[in-house]
Design a binder for this molecule. Sequence first.
Ligand SMILES: Nc1ncnc2c1ncn2[C@@H]1O[C@H](COP(=O)(O)OP(=O)(O)OP(=O)(O)O)[C@@H](O)[C@H]1O
Ligand SMILES: Nc1ncnc2c1ncn2[C@@H]1O[C@H](COP(=O)(O)OP(=O)(O)OP(=O)(O)O)[C@@H](O)[C@H]1O
Ligand SMILES: [Mg+2]
Ligand SMILES: [Mg+2]
Lengths: 263, 263
Amino acid sequence: MRKIAILNQKGGVGKTTTAVNLAAALAGMGKKVCLIDLDPQAHASAHLGVSLGITSIYDVLVQSKPIEQARLQIDNNLYLVPSDINLAAAEVELAGVVGRELLLRDALDNDSEDFDYIVIDCAPSLGVLSLNALACVHEILIPLQPHYFALHGLGKLFETTGLVARRLNSAVKILGVIVTLFEANTKLGHEVVTDLQEFLEKSQGQNVPWANAKIFQTKIRRNIKLAECPSYGKSIFSYAPSCNGAEDYIKLAQEIEIKQVSL
Amino acid sequence: MRKIAILNQKGGVGKTTTAVNLAAALAGMGKKVCLIDLDPQAHASAHLGVSLGITSIYDVLVQSKPIEQARLQIDNNLYLVPSDINLAAAEVELAGVVGRELLLRDALDNDSEDFDYIVIDCAPSLGVLSLNALACVHEILIPLQPHYFALHGLGKLFETTGLVARRLNSAVKILGVIVTLFEANTKLGHEVVTDLQEFLEKSQGQNVPWANAKIFQTKIRRNIKLAECPSYGKSIFSYAPSCNGAEDYIKLAQEIEIKQVSL
Ligand SMILES: Nc1ncnc2c1ncn2[C@@H]1O[C@H](COP(=O)(O)OP(=O)(O)OP(=O)(O)O)[C@@H](O)[C@H]1O
Ligand SMILES: Nc1ncnc2c1ncn2[C@@H]1O[C@H](COP(=O)(O)OP(=O)(O)OP(=O)(O)O)[C@@H](O)[C@H]1O
Ligand SMILES: [Mg+2]
Ligand SMILES: [Mg+2]
């Protein structure tokens, strides 16, 4: 079972769009996939048309409900553990709980259902919810919009991953960076990708969780259909299966299927 | 003195871009402006070329330093109180502090310097830092990218503002919504703006802080120069003063100068 967290504390870089469409693409390839919405905004849930007010990841983390009570089947091979707006209070509600960063790991360890992939959508933050994701996965995917601010926060994300690897989860590795919202006709896009390449090469071979992190060959192009499909509660594959967005996420899923972190 | 918070918990909608360029536009109109960077990502500071590691808003909130010790002059009429990556721990460090949501209000009350405008850039969250902003300002501007997820979170933002108005700051009002990253050639852009208009009209005349909230006439068009200027540490006005981005933010500043919440 591969467990992958989709994380970047920078806001609006395509985390939710990537988590939902990658999960749907892998399910379309015949993999059994569980998408976990760990963002109090509950956008991955909304993207798949799931309304709020039902059992959610909030009940699992804060009220210790078994995760299968919150899990819904969305499609063939595709399952979702929805989020809830009450999750926003988790940072404060869990502040005093022993091992508060390990609640999701325990919930998944107690779950008997077997999946090929668990994909976790995270909030734009490195707080207790994102730490729960980092503490239970083996692989981290970083969606990154090739703009100036993108590189600015990467150091902090790597530093936090290093702390989690040392204290909570020695197996966690950064699988790679996915360039999203890519506009091939802008100079800025290409410049940031070049800077990113240099940034990653600097740490190759070192004993750090991002030593093998690479930029995925597949770039997700800006494509308005990816922004339209959430309003219909659908993934890109059931909304516009032949558009650039669908093509890019299928290619990304294939690239991820082949590439696995050598644990 | 007008105090304005730039807030939306949705990530990547142009909060920082709006805070920096609106502050610079108002300063260019001869107003004395202080920009406060309340986001641990410290992107407003980076946007203006201010490096980290100096006295910051962290020292003001967590170590009670006077705000003028952290304030820097950036340009004629434009000042900045920078942020710091340590601010990310504020949610936990301030959890037990009495009146933790009122620390910024107290720091500003103790500041003798007089400004025409205070503009506060917030993180993509409704946690303790954003509550500090809401508790000390009179007006809230909501940058909003006209995509599906935009409307999804507005209810929560309004609800939180209502709680702050009731318990911490009866004067706070939502001044309006600024449509950002606008692409006139997409159907989605126009549809969301129409939905937003209906959403705001529903609450007109009621006794709520958003009763008078309107959509600003000025829409900020997508314009790659707005994404390029942060890499040079400049506002759009010193980077590309005649581009669409500069034109839009000047128009927005003029619209805000005229429109004031009737307190
Ligand atoms: N490749 C793309 N082309 C066009 N629009 C996109 C693309 N990827 C994402 N979007 C749109 O851009 C916005 C931001 O994407 P998304 O919400 O997935 O980012 P996020 O990182 O999850 O944001 P947050 O930080 O708020 O969680 C959304 O409105 C989404 O529909
Ligand atoms: N009108 C615009 N045209 C083109 N690019 C823009 C525009 N406004 C913002 N951007 C770019 O889009 C990205 C998101 O904007 P910005 O960082 O200001 O949003 P934010 O809401 O402050 O994000 P966060 O939630 O992470 O704080 C940035 O890379 C910025 O340069
Ligand atoms: Mg998201
Ligand atoms: Mg910002």
